[in-house]
Design a protein around this ligand. Structure first.
Ligand code: UGA
Length: 437
């Protein structure tokens, strides 16, 4: 059955939601306040890089099922039977989730709605938000607005595949009819649907991201122990991951997690716990361990190069992971200023983030040009362009005793060493036995 759907927000979450629902046969209007974005989308240009998204934008436009609009002429004509809210909830200065964009959209919809509809919250909002929106906003509207929490679990770079093959679909509401209507939207997707109350759905989202962040910080702690005792984290992660209760995913050690989700969601969960008088000590440690991992390249290279003053350091990767153009909370953006503070000369290379500039650091287009005469190279994002470098050529370009710091444990350390370079990973080689950060 085809449903009239509105999706508000054309970022990573909203746009994927819109194009995928249109692909499933629903009639979708994607709305954004940014006119330039909407004009680009009408021409088939995606404002974000996400593999496969432009094909689905074209397909939706050709079928007539996908249209794009701004609320310039008011919200009422844009409201479908189901309205997804997928606007940003960035981190506030205090560490909380900043809900101002969500509130602005909900207020506008409540003020202008002239027909009943189901509001579906896709934006990541802290537990309790749905109840508060219902109490303070939705209940004041002229129209009857039902509320469903439907958190998303998409990974950037794999979002389309994740949409059509999710591990589960989570829906939370006190309104069974609204839950039925949203469940029906996902009819063509084979997946368990978890139907629960609003606060539990909201908490599932935060708990999932907090648990995945915990796994990463845990493996990073184990990697640091590996460095102390001369064990190898690849072997250790493989060995523990074989236990089905642990699982092999999210056990890659390195310079820590980044991106628009894990850092902000862990802080927001910590904040909301504190607000309720609860001290979430484990989560605080997860956040602290992640910050500490960022120091590793600076500490290790400073020691191995006998100081960083005037040393030329090449940073490979400015996005928070490969296959995305997203640089939010990317490790490199924290690590580069640390090198600059130590007096190093920094060159930065990235295939996908041309707009990123850091005062005092040089942007270089070609990776081999960047490596000429350099003292060290730091892999901050495991783009295939970097993991597949010709290490013989790299060694011929870099200075005599150059070091390769593999911040993602993604390089072939044998090939790097065979080329005559010094290699250092995170918990990978025992070379730093006795070194605790
Ligand atoms: C993450 C979750 O994986 C999604 O399920 C969730 O929907 C999304 O956040 C969100 O809340 O919107 P994403 O931020 O796109 O997705 O990226 P991930 O692939 O999960 O990676 C996050 C960070 O963790 C990256 O910086 C990555 O390099 C790092 N990471 C990941 C590790 O350091 N080690 C690992 O083993 C795995």
């Amino acid at each position: 059955m085809s449903t009239n759907v509105t999706v508000i927000g054309t970022g990573y979450v909203g746009l994927v939601t819109g194009v995928c629902l249109a692909h499933s046969g629903h009639s979708v209007t994607c709305v954004d306040v940014d006119k330039a974005k909407i004009e680009g989308l009408r021409k088939g240009v995606s404002p974000i890089f996400e593999p496969g998204i432009e094909d689905l934008i074209r397909e939706g436009a050709d079928s007539g099922r996908l249209t794009f609009a701004t609320p310039a002429d008011g919200w009422a004509p844009l409201i479908g039977d189901i309205v997804f809210v997928a606007v940003g909830t960035p981190q506030s200065d205090a560490g909380a989730a900043d809900l101002s964009q969500v509130r602005a959209v909900v207020d506008a919809l409540c003020d202008e709605a002239d027909k009943d509809f189901v509001m579906v919250m896709k934006s990541t909002v802290p537990p309790g938000t749905g109840e508060a929106l219902l109490r303070r906003h939705l209940s004041c509207a002229q129209a009857d607005i039902a509320y469903v929490s439907n958190p998303e679990f998409l990974r950037e770079g794999h979002a389309i595949d994740d949409w059509f093959a999710p591990d589960r679909i989570v829906l939370g509401s006190a309104d069974p009819k609204a839950l039925d209507a949203v469940t029906a939207l996902y009819d063509d997707i084979e997946s368990e649907v978890v139907r629960t109350d609003t606060a539990s759905a909201e908490t599932i989202k935060y708990a999932s991201n907090a648990f995945l962040s915990t796994k990463i910080s845990f493996v990073n702690e184990i990697a640091n122990v590996c460095d102390c005792v001369g064990a190898d984290i690849d072997q250790v992660a493989h060995g523990i991951g074989m236990d089905k209760r642990i699982g092999p995913d999210f056990l890659k050690a390195g310079i820590g997690y980044g991106g628009s989700c894990f850092p902000k969601d862990t802080h927001a969960l910590d904040f909301i716990s504190m607000l309720h008088g609860y001290e979430f000590r484990l989560l605080k440690s997860v956040i602290e361990v992640n910050s500490r991992q960022r120091l590793l390249p600076v500490l290790r290279l400073s020691r191995m190069l006998g100081g960083l003053e005037d040393r030329v350091i090449v940073i490979l990767g400015l996005t928070f992971k490969p296959d995305t153009d997203d640089t939010r909370e990317a490790p490199a953006l924290e690590i580069v200023p640390l090198f600059l503070e130590e007096g190093a000369k920094v060159r930065m290379v990235d295939p996908m983030a041309p707009e990123v500039l850091i005062p005092g650091a040089e942007r270089v287009e070609d990776v081999y040009d960047a490596l000429a005469g350099a003292d060290a190279v730091v892999l901050t994002t495991e783009w295939p362009q970097f993991t597949g470098l010709d290490w013989e050529r790299v060694a011929s370009l870099m200075s005599g005793s150059a070091v390769v710091f593999d911040g993602r444990n993604a390089l072939d350390q044998k090939a790097v060493r065979a080329a005559g370079l010094r290699y250092v990973g995170v918990g990978r080689d025992g070379e730093h036995r006795g070194t605790v950060v």
